[in-house]
Design a protein around this ligand. Structure first.
Ligand SMILES: *[C@@H]1O[C@H](CO)[C@@H](O)[C@H](O)[C@H]1NC(C)=O
Ligand SMILES: *[C@@H]1O[C@H](CO)[C@@H](O)[C@H](O)[C@H]1NC(C)=O
Ligand SMILES: *[C@@H]1O[C@H](CO)[C@@H](O)[C@H](O)[C@H]1NC(C)=O
Ligand SMILES: *[C@@H]1O[C@H](CO)[C@@H](O)[C@H](O)[C@H]1NC(C)=O
Ligand SMILES: *[C@@H]1O[C@H](CO)[C@@H](O)[C@H](O)[C@H]1NC(C)=O
Ligand SMILES: *[C@@H]1O[C@H](CO)[C@@H](O)[C@H](O)[C@H]1NC(C)=O
Ligand SMILES: *[C@@H]1O[C@H](CO)[C@@H](O)[C@H](O)[C@H]1NC(C)=O
Length: 552
């Protein structure tokens, strides 16, 4: 049982508290009076106040020092734009990015052909056994454009591929592999430019090398992917397998098919079997990597064949039975549900083929596609294929839903001969930003000499479907263009490689990096429809706040 006092306290809790509060206040006033009366006590309190402010000051100073004076080591400072020039040189359609100096900012690799390298680096063409001029590989710091290394690597390059993984014990984690037109085959350490291996290649004279250089699964059991080079001599396409770690040829070469062209790819079926596919006139040629390896070496391989695909492939011609017609122009692997699908662009249509049965999922035949499509996200997390319908003044950009082939967005955007390929970069909102080259203003386009016309770079983001931003315009001949995320989660930048149009007339070669954000702030807003609620500045501000994701 509770006694009556507790009960009262429960019924009138505040009354009781009030009483206590009153008592406390009275006590405190009495104490303060007694404090005032003692000078020692008051000096003590002043000391306490001083100590309090002193410690507060020290704390604030600490915060200030940590946040402003001591630089944060984890945030690499990507400095502004840069440009490097080479006089009297020519360049190649090749750009790669990789963090070479380990400052967490992507660095840039490119090729140029020159008599001497521009720098104080003492390696000339002759010191590497080439006649002058020869082809140099250069690696440039993405942060400030300083040259990290450059070296002569071939007399004249036919094929180049960087970021090829290397075995641990080689001392290099990745390599750039260059195949020269005159039969040289060299791997250089991406981080230092030193030679990893260098052999003559084994192709006979007059064979032309088909791009790209394919990486196939490890066949010689050295822990690194191996390389497959396709060459064409007269009509015949031959396959050569090389070890990715030593560059030695594995087995002899073998014929893959007839009438093949560049644009081959490696396709993995749902059963996990690897197939080499390449366009052969109006059909596709294919062969399993296992089949090719077993034929060139006479040994068994651990890789698989796909029984379904073997039935579809003609064993004598290696041709796949396809339901499409017209000459095949491009072939792309695209992600699909449960595995890869195959996107095929022919002179008649764009067709998405199921990755297992190769049956068409959709066919889009209302466009003439003369450039390789790109992929990107128009709606969040759903891939779209961006195709160009026609060329020149009549070009249209079309976004098709990858799953259904339905048109999502269509925009006329006249192009110029020599415009670089479009690009896309995923943004943090699970869409993508798209970068197109073209000529927005039609006025005067007909009269302009293509050489003198300005190539304009446009940016498009699907959250503003009626706006294009003209980021830049360039009158020089553009050899290669790339948009990349330079630091994880931060800046996107574009790299532009400009130079002479042909190999016979050396001129100014220049590599430049521009931050996309800076370009947006100085861009011109192009409205594709009348009106719109936002001012130009509001649109620029909105797009400059976009955050990008890495492609992986
Ligand atoms: C290239 O370098 C060599 C030796 O450093 C020099 O003699 C030659 O004049 C240079 N050539 C050019 C075109 O700069
Ligand atoms: C380049 O210079 C370095 C030292 O500066 C020297 O060790 C090396 O032998 C030189 N190479 C050539 C090809 O002259
Ligand atoms: C560029 O940055 C590197 C570090 O990434 C530094 O060593 C070099 O001195 C810088 N060069 C210039 C010209 O600022
Ligand atoms: C290369 O082609 C030319 C003419 O087409 C021919 O004369 C020459 O013998 C060929 N060389 C080889 C190695 O086949
Ligand atoms: C393979 O193709 C050749 C030439 O087109 C043809 O004669 C042969 O019948 C085909 N083989 C099969 C199994 O379809
Ligand atoms: C593609 O271009 C052609 C010729 O300009 C035109 O007839 C056709 O309608 C275009 N396709 C689409 C889907 O707009
Ligand atoms: C190129 O861009 C500049 C500013 O960036 C602009 O003043 C100029 O009009 C543009 N030229 C063309 C041909 O679009």
């Amino acid at each position: 049982m509770m006694d009556s006092k507790d009960l009262e306290a429960e019924i009138h809790p505040l009354k009781n508290e009030d009483g206590k509060l009153q008592e406390n206040l009275e006590n405190q006033t009495k104490k303060e009076e007694s404090l005032k009366s003692s000078p020692l006590q008051s000096r003590l309190s002043r000391c306490r106040t001083a100590a309090f402010f002193l410690s507060l000051f020290i704390c604030l100073l600490g915060v200030f020092v940590i946040s402003f004076i001591i630089p944060c080591p984890d945030q690499p400072a990507s400095q502004g734009p840069w440009r490097i020039n080479y006089d009297t040189a020519v360049t190649y359609d090749f750009l790669a990015t990789e963090d070479i100096n380990r400052d967490r900012v992507q660095d840039v690799l490119f090729l140029y052909k020159n008599t001497n390298s521009s720098n104080n680096f003492n390696r000339s063409c002759a010191s590497e056994g080439f006649s002058s001029p020869c082809t140099f590989v250069a690696a440039v710091s993405g942060a400030n454009g300083s040259i990290l290394w450059e070296r002569p690597a071939a007399q004249d390059v036919a094929l180049v591929e960087c970021a090829i993984p290397q075995p641990r014990d080689s001392g290099a984690s990745s390599a750039c592999i260059l195949m020269g037109r005159l039969g040289s085959f060299i791997a250089v350490n991406s981080f230092t430019g030193e030679t990893l291996w260098n052999h003559p290649s084994s192709f006979g004279g007059n064979a032309s090398i088909l791009s790209p250089l394919l990486q196939v699964p490890d066949l010689d059991a050295d822990g690194t992917p191996d390389l497959l080079v396709l060459t064409q001599k007269e009509k015949e396409v031959n396959g050569y397998i090389y070890s990715g770690s030593t560059g030695h040829q594995i087995g002899h070469q073998d014929s893959l098919c007839e009438d093949g062209t560049s644009g081959s790819l490696l396709f993995v079926t749902r059963a996990g079997a690897h197939y080499i596919l390449l366009p052969c006139a109006s059909s596709l040629c294919g062969q399993s990597v296992k089949g090719l390896y077993e034929k060139v070496t006479g040994r068994d391989s651990q890789l698989r064949r796909d029984p379904y695909w073997e039935d579809m492939l003609n064993t004598t011609t290696h041709k796949l039975l396809l339901h499409s017609s017209g000459g095949i122009r491009y072939l792309m692997n695209v992600p699909g549900k449960g595995g890869e699908h195959l996107l095929l662009v022919s002179s008649e249509a764009c067709v998405l083929l199921d990755g297992q049965e190769l049956a068409p999922i959709w066919t889009f035949s209302a466009a003439q596609v003369l450039r390789k499509p790109i992929l990107g996200h128009y709606t969040p997390d759903t891939l779209a294929v961006v195709i160009e319908n026609g060329t020149g003044i009549d070009r249209q950009m079309l976004f098709l839903d990858l799953n259904t082939g339905v048109v999502l967005w269509i925009q006329a955007l006249p192009g110029l001969p020599g415009d670089p390929q479009s690009a896309s970069l995923p943004t943090a909102d699970h869409r993508s930003a798209f970068f197109f080259w073209g000529l927005h203003e039609l006025v005067g386009a007909n009269q302009m000499e293509p050489r003198e016309a300005h190539h304009s770079l446009y940016m498009f983001h699907p959250t503003l479907p009626n706006v294009l931003l003209e980021l830049a315009n360039i009158s020089a001949n553009i050899v290669a263009f790339q948009v990349a995320l330079f630091e994880p989660g931060r800046h996107a930048a574009c790299i532009l490689l400009t130079g002479p149009a042909g190999p016979d007339a050396p001129g100014l070669v220049s590599v430049a990096k521009h931050k996309v954000q800076d370009l947006i702030l100085s861009s011109r807003v192009v409205r594709l429809a009348e009106g719109g609620p936002d001012s130009d500045q509001a649109i620029r501000d909105r797009l400059s706040r976009l955050r990008y994701r890495s492609t992986a």
